[in-house]
Design a protein around this ligand. Structure first.
Ligand code: DGT
Ligand code: MG
Length: 382
């Protein structure tokens, strides 16, 4: 449905939601080097610089030609590409590497900080704190948090589900115990199997639910970091507690069956309340740790599973909002706001000046409402 010509016309747009961004691009090597520079800014806490790099990378992902000295002038004219970044691109084109990347990778700090953030619950700031305490390796962290190989399984399984009080974040200790599992990638077949099991359990609570597997899976990734599923039912009312109720019931059932062992978050979305307070409870999400039951063939691995429940009128905005990529979503909001006078997020679309709400009946309608040309999910890897 998208011609090559289409892709070539669109790559220079300012907004990621107008560009075609494939999973693998003609300048993949360059993009991977720049990703190291971006990650370095992020992990050192330079958020604005990290975002600038993210924009640069996103623009390059949509550039449909291999960059050489002959066409680099065209790259320099693309949006979000400044002169400093352009000289780094030129360096890569000439030498196949970027000197700043080499120097970042030659030290221990970057590697330790990146390693620390592979633990669920450790973000850049915590990672830097731990590093300043003199810790360098995961072994150091395990000693620091007193997780030994012997206690690891018990720690991982120490249930972290409390349906009566506020749910705690997954502790770093549990994050460490689950690290190997949660950092291993999920193949498409397992994403589908998890989806099947979840929907089967849901059908026992309420028949006729609809669902879409979103996230990286929907964008065509062979392996995902987590499983994102958007769920709805045609009879769900957005007013009362129905959406919330169904979500809680499912999580409880999955937990009772030993399929969900941790719940990190379980609460209503308050994102889309453009003056209308009645609207916030139309989306409900549960961020969980899930494991398929062991069978004779294989031992399964703990996986991050996000369940998003939407009232039917916001189902398609939730699907678009949870398909990603993050950059695509960011620019979708920006585009809606700056160019259309609209507000977009996963829990709804509204007009800014009078808060009029829109209820699209398909994904295509979401794009139409925002005045955007349709982009297939596999080209949303901005
Ligand atoms: P991965 O890492 O393989 O899971 O790749 P993705 O692209 O599936 O990344 P993920 O799962 O973190 O997020 C999927 C999309 O869902 C992402 O583009 C933005 C959206 N998303 C994630 N978390 C939230 C959230 O808390 N609120 C909203 N509104 N959207 C979210
Ligand atoms: Mg995901």
């Amino acid at each position: 449905y998208h011609s090559e010509k289409d892709t070539q016309i669109r790559y220079h747009h300012r907004y990621a939601c107008m560009r075609h961004s494939p999973l693998i691009c003609p300048n993949q090597g360059l993009v991977e080097k720049l990703a190291i520079l971006r990650r370095h800014r992020e992990i050192e806490g330079f958020d604005m610089q990290s975002l600038s790099y993210e924009r640069v990378i996103s623009v390059l992902k949509a550039f449909p030609y291999h960059i050489t000295l002959d066409n680099i002038h065209e790259v320099s004219e693309l949006p979000h590409i400044g002169s400093k970044i352009c000289s780094k691109i030129q360096e890569f084109v000439q030498h196949g590497d970027i000197s700043e990347c080499k120097s970042i990778l030659s030290g221990t700090r970057y590697h330790s900080l990146v390693e620390f953030t592979t633990v669920y619950g450790i973000g850049p700031a915590t990672a830097r704190n731990l590093y300043s305490l003199g810790l360098r390796t995961i072994k150091d962290l395990e000693n620091h948090y007193k997780v030994s190989p012997q206690t690891r399984d018990d720690t991982a399984k120490s249930l972290n589900v409390d349906f009566t009080t506020r749910l705690p974040q997954l502790s770093i200790k549990v994050g460490l115990a689950l690290r190997e599992d949660l950092r291993s990638r999920i193949p498409r077949s397992e994403v589908e199997e998890i989806h099947g099991v979840v929907m089967n359990e849901l059908a026992n609570i309420r028949s006729g639910c609809v669902s879409t597997i979103t996230g990286g899976y929907r964008r065509g990734k062979d392996e995902s970091n987590d499983v994102d599923i958007v769920i709805s039912h045609k009879d769900l009312k957005s007013g009362g507690d129905q959406v919330k109720g169904l979500c809680a019931q499912l999580v409880k059932r999955l937990h009772d069956k030993g399929l969900v062992i941790h719940v990190m978050h379980l609460s209503g979305f308050r994102e889309h309340n453009a003056l209308r307070t009645s609207h916030w409870d139309t989306l409900e999400k549960a961020l969980t740790v899930f494991i398929l039951p062991d069978d004779k063939k294989q031992k399964h691995v703990h996986r991050r599973l996000d369940l998003i429940f939407a009232a039917p009128e916001v189902y398609w905005t939730a699907v678009v909002g949870w398909t990603g990529s993050k950059m695509f979503e960011r620019d979708l909001r920006l585009w809606a706001k700056q160019e259309r006078g609209m507000r977009f997020d996963s829990s709804g679309i509204s007009r800014r000046h009078d808060s009029k709400l829109y209820f699209p009946n398909s994904e295509q309608e979401v794009f139409d409402l925002l005045g955007l040309e349709w982009i297939h999910p596999t080209l949303r890897n901005a």
